[in-house]
Design a protein around this ligand. Structure first.
Ligand code: ARG
Length: 461
C-alpha cells in the first residue's frame, strides 16, 4: 500500500514535510535497548496469560534479540518512513520472524510503550548520576583531607569575612552534592512504576498481567491509572529538576575555580590536563573546563524549562507534543554526566596553594570578629559595644596600613583601657579557625569529623 504503517485507513503516504516533522527515529533510536526489553517482557506476559501461543512468543522474543544485535552492531537500517524506534523494531521483527511479529502489539499501544521505554531510560540515568556524583565527592574529600587545617579567607559578598579552612570549603560542596544524589534517588524511587499495559489510554480488554511485566522490567508495581500512565512526564521533569540543581552546584564550584586560579588569587593551580593555552598569549593557562562546566546549567535548565513548557496545558491523555520530551532529556543527561566527570578530574588534579591561601586568610582584618568576641568573653562587654570598639581599632589599623595584630597594646588601650595582652592570642587566623568548634564549624577537628562521616557513608554504599 501507499502507506507503510497504516495502509488500511490511508490511501496516500505522508508529505515529505509531514515525515520530517513527525519522525523521531533520528533521536529515539537511543531507546532501542529499552524498547526491546519492554517488548520481550510484554511477549512473555502475553504467552503466560494465554493471549499468545508459547511458540509465537518465543519466536518474537528470539527475533527481538536478533534485532537488538543488529542495532548494537550498527547494521540496522533505520527508516524515517517508519517514524520511530517502536515501528522500526517491529517492522524489522516482521522480516526476521514473519507473521508472529504482528501479534506482539496485542494489548499494547505505542503510548504505553514509549512511556515505558522512556521511564527505563531515565531510571538508568538516575542510576548513573549517583555514582558519578560520589566520584566527585571523593575527589573533594581528598582535597579536604589534605588541607583540613589549611587556612583561607571565608567570604560573604566576595569580601573577606572570617578565616575558614580549605577542608571546610571543600566539604560544603560535598554536602550539596550529597543532596543532589539524594534527589536522583528520590526521583528514581517515585518513577519506578510501570506504564506498560495502560495501552492507548483506557487499558485493555485482554486478560493481561501488569504485575508480571512490571516485575520483569524491575518496576516496583504497575501504575494505577492508565490515563496517567501514558500522559505524564513528571518523572522526566524530576530528573531534569535534579539535574538542574546539580548543574547549579557545579556552576558555583566552577566559578570559584575560575576565580581562584587567576593570577590575582592564586588559591589553586589547575593541572595541565584540565587547562588550555592561548593561541596568542604564551603565558596563558586558561580554566576552560571550569568555564564550560559553569555554562552547562544553561542547556540543562533550558531542557527543564522546555519540557515543562511542552507539558503545561496538555489535555489528557497522550498528545504528540510529548515526543518533544526526549531530546531535551538526552541532551541534559549527556551534559550533566560530562560535567560531573570533568569536575571530578579537575578537582582531583588541582593543587591548592597553601601559602597563598594563608596569606589571603590573614588580610582584610579577617579576625575582627574574634577580637569582638574576646571583648565579650574577657571583659563581659555587650556584643554591640564590642562591635563598636573593634570597628574603631580596624579603622586605626587601616589608616596605618597595618593588621590588627600589628597594633600595640597601648594603641588598643587607647580605645578601651581594659584590653590586656591576652587579646593578641585570638588575632591569628589559626587561632580563629581552631576556635570555631561548634558542630559543622570550620575548626579542623570538626572538618576531620565530617570527612570521616562521609567516608563511612560512602563505604556503607
Ligand atoms: N514517537 C512517539 C513519541 O515519542 C511514540 C508514541 C506515538 N504515539 C502516538 N499515538 N502517535 O511520543
Amino acid at each position: 500500500s501507499a502507506n507503510q504503517m497504516w495502509g488500511g485507513r490511508f490511501a496516500a503516504g505522508p508529505d515529505a514535510i509531514m515525515e520530517a516533522i513527525n519522525a523521531s527515529i533520528g533521536f529515539d533510536q537511543r531507546l532501542a535497548g529499552e524498547d526491546i526489553e519492554g517488548s520481550r517482557a510484554h511477549a512473555s506476559m502475553l504467552a503466560a496469560t494465554g493471549i499468545l501461543t508459547t511458540k509465537d512468543a518465543e519466536a518474537i522474543r528470539e527475533g527481538l534479540l536478533t534485532v537488538l544485535s543488529e542495532i548494537e552492531g550498527g547494521t540496522f537500517e533505520f527508516s524515517a518512513a517508519l517514524e520511530d524506534i517502536h515501528m522500526n523494531v517491529e517492522a524489522r521483527l516482521k522480516q526476521v520472524v514473519g507473521e508472529a511479529a504482528g501479534r506482539l502489539h496485542t494489548a499494547r499501544s505505542r503510548n504505553d510503550q514509549v512511556a515505558t521505554d522512556f521511564r527505563l531510560w531515565v531510571r538508568s540515568q538516575c542510576d548513573a548520576a549517583i555514582p558519578a556524583i560520589k566520584t566527585l565527592q571523593e575527589a573533594l574529600l581528598g582535597q579536604a583531607e589534605a588541607g583540613a587545617d589549611w587556612v583561607m579567607p571565608g567570604f560573604t559578598h566576595l569580601q573577606t569575612a572570617q578565616p575558614v579552612t580549605w577542608g571546610h570549603h571543600m566539604l560544603a560542596y560535598v554536602e550539596m552534592l550529597g543532596r543532589d544524589a539524594a534527589r536522583f534517588a528520590d526521583a528514581r524511587a517515585r518513577m519506578n512504576e510501570s506504564p506498560l499495559g495502560a495501552a492507548a489510554l483506557a487499558g485493555t480488554s485482554f486478560p493481561i498481567d501488569r504485575e508480571m511485566t512490571a516485575k520483569a522490567l524491575g518496576f516496583d508495581r504497575p501504575m494505577a491509572n492508565s490515563l496517567d500512565a501514558v500522559s505524564d512526564r513528571d518523572f522526566a521533569l524530576e530528573f531534569l529538576s535534579s539535574a538542574t540543581i546539580c548543574a547549579m552546584h557545579l556552576s558555583r564550584l566552577a566559578e570559584e575555580l575560575v576565580i581562584w586560579s587567576s593570577a590575582q588569587f592564586r588559591f589553586v593551580a589547575m593541572s595541565d590536563r584540565f587547562s588550555t593555552g592561548s593561541s596568542i598569549m604564551p603565558q596563558k593557562k586558561n580554566p576552560d573546563a571550569a568555564e564550560l562546566i559553569r555554562a552547562k546549567i544553561g542547556r540543562i535548565l533550558g531542557a527543564n524549562v522546555a519540557l515543562l513548557t511542552v507539558m503545561k496545558g496538555l489535555p489528557l491523555a497522550y498528545s504528540k507534543d510529548m515526543q518533544e520530551d526526549k531530546e531535551q532529556v538526552f541532551d541534559a543527561a549527556d551534559h550533566l554526566m560530562l560535567a560531573l566527570a570533568a569536575m571530578a578530574g579537575m578537582v582531583a588534579d588541582m593543587a591548592a596553594n597553601r601559602e597563598s591561601l594563608a596569606a589571603a586568610a590573614g588580610s582584610g582584618f579577617s579576625t575582627a570578629t574574634d577580637l569582638a568576641d574576646w571583648l565579650v568573653r574577657a571583659l563581659n562587654m555587650p556584643f554591640r559595644d564590642a562591635h563598636h570598639v573593634t570597628g574603631t581599632l580596624v579603622g586605626m589599623a587601616e589608616s596605618r596600613g597595618c593588621d590588627l595584630a600589628d597594633l600595640s597594646l597601648a594603641d588598643m588601650q587607647g580605645v578601651h583601657e581594659a584590653i590586656t595582652e591576652d587579646v593578641f592570642s585570638v588575632l591569628t587566623v589559626e587561632a580563629s579557625v581552631a576556635s570555631r568548634t561548634s558542630y559543622g564549624g570550620t575548626a579542623p577537628v570538626q572538618v576531620r569529623a565530617q570527612i570521616a562521616r562521609w567516608r563511612d557513608a560512602h563505604k556503607a554504599g
